[in-house]
Design a protein around this ligand. Structure first.
Ligand code: GLN
Length: 527
């Protein structure tokens, strides 16, 4: 199933794709979602979060689009490098083949060489990964120069696959408040643009702020050659997790199955999903969590953390009220004013110096005031620096990322990172085992001796200082069994003070919330 978008970007193709995938999964299909991104970067790993939101890391160590986070949170099935392909990656492999001489003297062209490589990457999800249904979402908007080769490739695939392929097109139906009207013309134009490129959509999903009535839907169906029942509306809702049910009510899954001639393994069973939605509806009392980071103007930069907190709050019977606090604005003078009202504090991941002193001040405030705290990746590193400066009395202790010449390099570059100069895809990435110390908070939370979590960093805790830390009350409670790298530091005497070098947020899903966030929220609401 190919999902395209028109009229505007950010219409939520990822959420619609994830919702449809969820519904098909609930009928017994093995489903995955793939995202094709029409930009030249090999992956979003080198992109500033202001450009592209969070960089989501898969278990196999791929740096990917944040939509893959939605796919995992909805489906509870892991994605991999193959689930996210950019124009850059396509061109890179074609050019590498050309340099190897694989094209045997032929002129290498966008059609068929680039389009063939795109088709190969799509088909891989079925042939190699063995999914029954592959939903391939094409990033960008129809009509963009950049997405043309992708559109051409899926046009060809439809020709080859016949009834085994279909198209869903997502558009925007704007509401003009002056004339009090919903306007379908942009949708008609967008479908025309798609048809000019040789694609006839089978299903239209119309995003709108208002309910779209039957007659408007019929009109769209007529103008766009689509069955009237295959014009679906997607009206704004307060939680993305409600979208699968809204799609189910309009039979999106059944229509897709009809178009693809899929028999359906069994009736849809969305009961566990609905149970989660019920919990969400029942949770009216709030829990106030502060997220201290430097990209707070763009909450998408912290998508997975925000969702992980939402999951944990729901399972604790609360509604998360997440306050995004700009780390650059936190000072010793205003920290109490900014943080004292919070029940839990998270210090966010990040790179570079900007805002790090504010993160250190926030970590100190949480430690000294017994406020439940999680430091994630750079957040852990800054909490460790804070402890060195204010408990161990090591003035100017720092990470060598921020101060190369510090006398106390309590966070230092990993040995195998020292000679790497390329920035793309060279960090410590993906899932690694972590051995937990019996009797520690971490062990108690996870309830097992070895866990696996995802990483994305170049720096690590410098274990030359571990004796002093542990003597002063901050202990290493999780280590990598192969390398000995410290993955978790905690303060046992604190109500909840846990710092992890890995990113627990990437693996929290709707149906399996992450134990670290669950315990954190539990501590936050306990007296
Ligand atoms: N900048 C830090 C490092 O590279 C932390 C990275 C992160 O927070 N993801 O180690």
């Amino acid at each position: 199933m190919f999902v395209t978008g028109g009229v505007a970007s950010s219409l939520g193709k990822g959420i619609i794709s994830a919702s449809l995938a969820k519904l098909l999964q609930s009928r017994g299909y093995n489903v995955t979602i793939q995202k094709l991104d029409p930009y030249l970067n090999i992956d979003p790993g080198t992109l500033n979060p202001y450009e592209h939101g969070e960089c989501y890391v898969t278990e196999d160590g791929a740096e990917t689009d944040l939509d893959l986070g939605h796919y995992e949170r909805f489906l509870n099935v892991r994605t991999s490098q193959d689930n996210n392909v950019t124009t850059g990656r396509i061109y890179k492999s074609v050019i590498e083949k050309e340099r190897r001489g694989d094209y045997l003297g032929k002129t290498v062209q966008i059609v068929p060489h680039i389009t063939d490589e795109i088709k190969r990457r799509i088909m891989l999800m079925g042939t190699h990964h063995k999914y029954d249904v592959v939903i391939t979402e094409i990033g960008g908007t129809v009509g963009d120069i950049e997405s043309l080769p992708f559109i051409e490739a899926v046009r060809q695939l439809k020709w080859e696959l016949g009834r085994n392929a279909m198209f869903i097109h997502l558009t925007l139906v704007p509401y003009l408040s002056a004339s009090k009207e919903l306007k379908t013309k942009p949708t008609q134009h967008s479908v025309k643009a798609l048809q000019e490129e040789g694609i006839q959509p089978d299903i239209l999903v119309l995003r709108s702020e208002q309910d779209i009535n039957e007659s408007i839907r019929k009109k769209v169906a007529l103008f766009c050659n689509v069955d009237p029942d295959a014009v679906i509306q997607s009206v704004d809702v307060d939680s993305i997790y409600k979208v699968p049910i809204l799609m189910q009510q309009q039979h999106l899954d059944e229509i897709a199955m009809r178009k693809l001639n899929l028999p359906g393994h069994h009736d849809s069973d969305m009961s566990s999903w609905v149970a989660f939605l019920d919990k969400m509806a029942e949770a009216t009392e709030t829990v106030r969590i502060g997220l201290v980071g430097k990209y707070v103007e763009l909450p998408d930069a912290y998508k997975s953390i925000i969702e992980a907190v939402n999951h944990a709050a729901t399972y604790n019977g609360r509604k998360a009220k997440i306050e995004l606090i700009h780390s650059e604005n936190v000072t010793n003078e205003n920290v109490a004013e900014k943080l004292s009202n919070l029940q839990g504090i998270i210090v966010a991941p990040g790179f570079g110096n900007r805002g790090t002193e504010g993160k250190i001040i926030a970590a100190r405030y949480a430690r000294e005031n017994n406020i439940p705290f999680i430091g994630i990746c750079l957040g852990m590193q800054m909490a460790v620096v804070e402890f060195a400066r204010n408990v161990l009395g090591w003035d100017k202790a720092n990470s060598t990322e921020m101060d190369h010449a510090t006398k106390y390099p309590v966070i230092d570059i990993m040995e195998d990172q020292k000679n790497i100069t390329n920035k793309g895809g060279t960090m410590r990435l993906g899932g690694y085992d972590c051995q937990l110390k019996p009797g520690s908070k971490a062990y108690e939370i996870y309830g097992k001796p070895v866990v696996r979590e995802r990483h994305r960093h170049r720096y690590e805790y410098n274990s030359n200082f571990i004796k002093e830390y542990e003597a002063a009350g901050m202990v290493a409670s999780g280590t990598n069994p192969d390398t000995g790298l410290v993955e978790i530091m905690e303060i046992p005497s604190h109500k909840f003070y846990l710092c992890c070098q890995f990113h627990p947020e990437y693996s929290s899903t709707v149906l399996t919330p992450h134990p670290l966030f669950l315990s954190f929220v539990k501590a936050a609401i306990s007296e």
